[in-house]
Write a protein that binds this ligand. Structure first.
Ligand code: ADP
Length: 227
């Protein structure tokens, strides 16, 4: 579970980007975060993703508060527990599909090479990219590149996926395909998903939507749990 209590963020230029944010995200929940450009969405998910621990208030991830943890601890927790997916995929262009997905495992000391191979092949199949293992990102469509990025995000079996505008660079048909993959991961593996989006149709895939405006969080009164 993620729990944010009275969190505020002031950037070094004294700009108040977040004010008094309270939010709980249950294990297995699929949450959409919506809000206009500049409202504080990235600032919030940087805190949730343990990329920024310079904030006021408290953030508990699985009941742990990492506010005063060093960079090595933060990066180890991120590597174990959180998978990131970005709007522009952020793949390494000179690496193949297989190699891109392998990267998080190189830092994970718990798996043997044989285990790695089978888990990589498994996630490649899950995102529908079997046969593309040796392709380079430039040989793939945008949707296929985002599938690679999702495979890379889930290869370490994270509890949480943080996705920042994952369909922002995709057409609407491809966006739907990508959202079906997220829904499948959420339903099959109970992966908690926190997704920033501008797109109401994309947000509708989530169980719950919260809104940010001028650094303040508003809940969706009409929240429903997907049946
Ligand atoms: P969003 O993701 O909703 O577009 P951001 O979280 O990126 O919004 O930004 C929220 C506000 O904080 C914006 O007004 C932005 O200009 C400001 N901001 C973001 N990063 C910094 C920074 N490093 N220094 C100062 N202001 C920042």
């Amino acid at each position: 579970m993620l729990r944010i209590k009275n969190v505020g963020k002031i950037y070094s230029n004294n700009f108040k980007a977040l004010t008094d944010i309270n939010l709980e995200v249950a294990d297995g929940e699929f949450l959409a975060v919506m809000g206009p450009s500049g409202s504080g969405k990235s600032t919030l998910i940087n805190i949730l993703g343990l990329l920024d621990n310079d904030y006021t208030g408290d953030y508990f991830l699985s009941n742990e508060n990492y506010k005063h943890s060093d960079d090595a601890t933060l990066s180890a927790v991120r590597g174990d527990e959180i998978g990131f997916v970005f709007q522009n995929f952020k793949l390494l262009n000179s690496y193949t599909v297989y190699e891109n997905i392998e990267i998080p495992l190189i830092y994970s000391k718990t798996k043997t090479i044989t285990d790695c191979k089978s888990v990589i092949n498994e996630v490649i199949e899950q995102v529908g990219l079997s046969g593309k293992e040796n392709s380079l990102p430039k040989e793939l469509s945008g949707g296929q590149q985002q599938r690679v990025a999702i495979a890379r995000a889930i290869v370490n079996n994270p509890d949480i996926i943080i996705a920042d505008e994952p369909t922002g660079a995709l057409d609407s048909k491809t966006s739907l395909e990508i959202m079906n993959i997220f829904t499948h991961l959420n339903e099959t593996f109970d992966t908690t998903i926190i997704m920033v989006t501008h797109d109401k149709e994309v947000a509708d895939f989530a169980m719950r939507t919260v809104y940010i405006r001028d650094g303040r969080l508003y809940n969706d009164e009409k929240s429903v749990v997907r049946s």
